[in-house]
Design a binder for this molecule. Structure first.
Ligand SMILES: Nc1ncnc2c1ncn2[C@@H]1O[C@H](COP(=O)(O)OP(=O)(O)OP(=O)(O)O)[C@@H](O)[C@H]1O
Ligand SMILES: [Mg+2]
Length: 217
């Protein structure tokens, strides 16, 4: 099995060396838990490794994504101008996944982030339709060997409403981001809830976010 680096310092050693190439990973967390940063670091690793990467944003404008990356020390400018970093804004209102599939194919994209999948859930009539949509999306991506992070928002009140019809069951891996840590410098945490074909570290892992992004201990 081919594994690729996550881009998160300290994380790969908890997951047998990295993500399975071509797998679908859901990153779940509350507002401000670091989901987007996780996705940016994942793509930036790909850029450094000479891969083509696509960030599909349903909420933030491409300029904001660019600025966020810059502030965190991941300058995407050169990669954008030579075409290996693609940032595309998609409206959740009339979202279609086929253009993403086409882009991945045309540009030979090997790392993809969709931020966020939960932004789409609101526009489906019911759970069954949304789950069917996710299933279609995931099976199309599977055929392309593109390692994908689907970002999923979790709501603080513990309501399972959104989770119940999001991608956790369909994805190969589910990673949870938490606000609370074990104290000290690493004041947040991360947990790998599932990772198919991997004997992942199961306990809560200390995590921090600083000017260089996410670090795991
Ligand atoms: N330089 C920094 N030092 C410490 N923490 C930082 C720094 N930069 C960003 N953060 C933390 O990262 C958080 C933002 O991370 P990110 O945008 O990835 O969250 P998110 O889970 O995508 O949020 P949302 O649900 O709003 O999209 C900020 O709320 C802040 O707590
Ligand atoms: Mg975000």
């Amino acid at each position: 099995m081919e594994r690729i680096k996550s881009g998160i310092p300290g994380f790969d050693e908890k997951i047998e060396g990295g993500f399975e190439k071509g797998s679908i990973i859901t990153v779940v967390g509350g507002p401000g838990s670091g989901k987007s940063i996780f996705g940016m670091q994942f793509l930036y690793q790909g850029l450094k490794d000479g891969e083509n990467c696509l960030y599909v944003s349903l909420e933030e404008q491409p300029d904001d994504i660019k600025r966020d990356m810059l502030v965190l020390g991941m300058d995407p400018t050169d990669y954008i101008s030579k075409g290996s970093m693609l940032i595309s804004f998609a409206s959740p209102l009339n979202f279609e996944y086929l253009p993403i599939i086409d882009l991945v194919r045309q540009k030979n994209v090997s790392r993809l982030v969709i931020d966020s999948i939960s932004a789409l859930a609101l526009y489906f009539e019911d759970r069954a339709k949304f789950r069917k949509f996710l299933l279609d999306l995931i099976s199309s991506l599977k055929g392309l060997n593109v390692t994908t992070i689907l970002i999923d928002e979790e709501f603080e009140n513990g309501s399972n409403d959104v989770k119940a019809f999001s991608g956790e069951y369909l994805a190969d891996a589910v990673i949870n981001l938490f606000y609370t840590g074990l104290g000290g410098e690493y004041d947040r945490s991360i947990q790998v809830m599932k990772m198919r074909r991997t004997n992942q570290y199961r306990a809560v892992i200390p995590m921090k976010i600083d000017k260089g992004g996410i670090y795991v201990k």
